[in-house]
Structures are given as C-alpha cells and as structure tokens.
Design a protein around this ligand. Structure first.
Ligand code: KIV
Length: 295
C-alpha cells in the first residue's frame, strides 16, 4: 500500500499484495498515540501484541497479560488506526482451554474492541481452533517458529527450525494453518532460508520477525524499532531511532530547568490584567513577588 493512501486496508488486500510482490508492513502498537503514528506512517497492519505484557506492563514475559488488558489496549489502538488493519493477539490461556472459549474470546476482540482479526500461536492442537474461529467469522493470523507463550518448552527465546526435522515441523504446521483458514502467518526467529521456503509454498502471505528477507512482509515491536531500551539489541532488530536516549535527555533537561527555576519562563506563563491585579492587591494588601512572577 502507498503510505499516502488513506483507504482502509482490507483482509483481501494482503493476498493482493503477495500476488503483486508488494512487501507488507506490520508494527505492534499498544495505545492510541502510537497507533496514530504508525497509521500515519502508512503501515498496513497494527498488531496489538501480547508483548504488551513485557514491553508496556512491566512483566517478564507474555504470559501474565489478561483478556481484559488485551481488550482495553486493543480498543485504544482501534481508536488511533483509521487505515491500518488491527490484529489483536489472543493472550495465553484465552484459546487453549476449549474451542468454544477460544471462539467466544476471539469474537470479543471484534465486537468489543474494534479489531479486524486475531492472532494465536502454534499449530498442532491449535489448527482446529483456527478453523473454528475462521468458521465463526473471526479472521486469524497464525504464528510459528519462536512462539513466546511457549518459549520455555522451546528452550528459551532462540532460533527455531535449525534442523531438517524442526524445519519440517514448522513447514507442515504452516500448511495446516493455511488449510484451516488463517489469512496471514507470522514467522518468528527462523533461518532466512526456511522463512523464504515457507513463503514460496504458501498461498497466504507470511510476515517475518527474525525470519530473513524472503517473507512477504515484516513486523517489529514499536518500542524496539524506536530504541526505547538502548541495551536491547537482538540480532534481528534494526533500530530506526534512539528515542530511549532522547527521551531520557529531554526528561533530564526538564528536571534541571524546574530545579533552576528557568522553566516555566515568560513565554510559557499567563498574564493577568494590571487592573485586576491592582483590585486583588487592594483587597488583600500588597502581595509581594517571587521569582518569575510579574512585578
Ligand atoms: O506480541 C508480539 O509483539 C508479537 C510479535 C513479535 C509478532 O507476537
């Protein structure tokens, strides 16, 4: 999509972009101002990732974030996204217990929070859940490779699909998710060759994060791409700004100016008409002036 195009991105546009060889852009966002910025920058899809848990809410990983928290932040993102498609991550525990509960929770994201699609992690037992959601009218994005909700079972946050056998499992899972009705597939932390192979063999588009240049699109975490955490530098991450350092510098400058009484200055203060001041002084007696006050 053209960044200047203001027409809403529809689900079917993603297939058209893949067919036309146009790379798809996706970014996470968790609140209205960031969604608005991503939308204005022209991203095709905004993911309200369950990375909300660790990126914004201060948890160690994605497991603690709840349905209610995901709904709350998805509503905020939906208010800021006038063009990009909004995808909400189904949090851990919201789709594993039963298919019925998964459909109920998926429907809530569309009905109550303004999302156009949901994302869930894994294949295997979740393939049937993807089918049930799709049949219920809830569009689904799949997620394979490193699946953070089960990172503990995968040996931690590390590259997946390095052996022929592990790569085959991801490949087969991708085909199963496509057959079950997923309309997009996120591939996280897999070798570039595997990312390209899956992308070539699937009809639906793939979105990579640490999956090389051969996927049909890319996704990054908003705060990571903007350098909110200067020391967070995994190999797959390219930082396009150093906002963490810049924000710290700005906040430090604000504290220093307040302490030095150089903020607020005349330009950031409001005047009171002299005659009103005189009337007040007449009522109260001389008030005296402190630094920065009008004499
Ligand atoms: O939650 C998230 O941010 C994600 C992306 C890393 C794809 O799932």
């Amino acid at each position: 999509m053209d960044a200047k195009d203001t027409t809403r991105v529809e689900l079917t546009d993603f297939l058209d972009m893949k067919r036309a060889g146009r790379p798809i852009t996706m970014l996470t966002a968790y609140d209205t101002p960031c969604a608005r910025l991503a939308d204005r920058a022209g991203v095709d899809a905004i993911l309200v990732g369950d990375s909300l848990s660790n990126v914004v809410l201060g948890h160690r990983d994605t497991l603690p974030v709840t349905m209610e928290e995901m709904l709350h932040h998805t509503r905020a993102v939906s208010r800021g996204a006038s063009r990009a498609l909004v995808v909400a991550d189904m949090p851990f525990g919201s789709y594993q217990i039963s298919r019925e509960e998964a459909v109920r929770n998926g429907v809530r994201f569309l009905k109550e929070a303004g999302a156009q699609a949901v994302k869930l992690e894994g294949a295997g037992p979740h393939v049937a859940t993807v089918r049930a959601l799709t049949e219920a009218g809830v569009p689904v994005v799949g997620h394979l490779g490193l699946t953070p909700q089960t990172a503990g079972m995968l040996g931690g946050y590390k590259l997946q699909g390095r052996t022929a056998e592990a790569a085959r499992r991801i490949f087969d899972g991708a085909l199963e998710l496509e057959a079950a009705g997923a309309f997009l597939l996120v591939l996280e932390l897999v070798p570039a060759r595997l990312g390209a192979l899956v992308s070539r063999r699937l009809r639906i588009p793939t979105i990579g994060i640490g999956a090389g240049a051969g996927t049909d699109g890319q996704v990054l975490v908003f705060h990571d791409l903007l350098g909110f955490e200067p020391d967070f530098q995994p190999r797959h991450l390219k930082r396009y700004a150093e906002l963490g350092r810049e924000i710290e510098r700005a906040l430090g400058a604000y504290c220093a100016e307040v302490r030095a009484r150089s903020f607020p200055d005349e330009a950031h203060s409001f005047r009171m008409p002299d005659e009103e001041w005189a009337a007040l002084e007449a009522a109260l007696g001389p008030v005296g002036a402190r630094p920065g006050e009008e004499a």
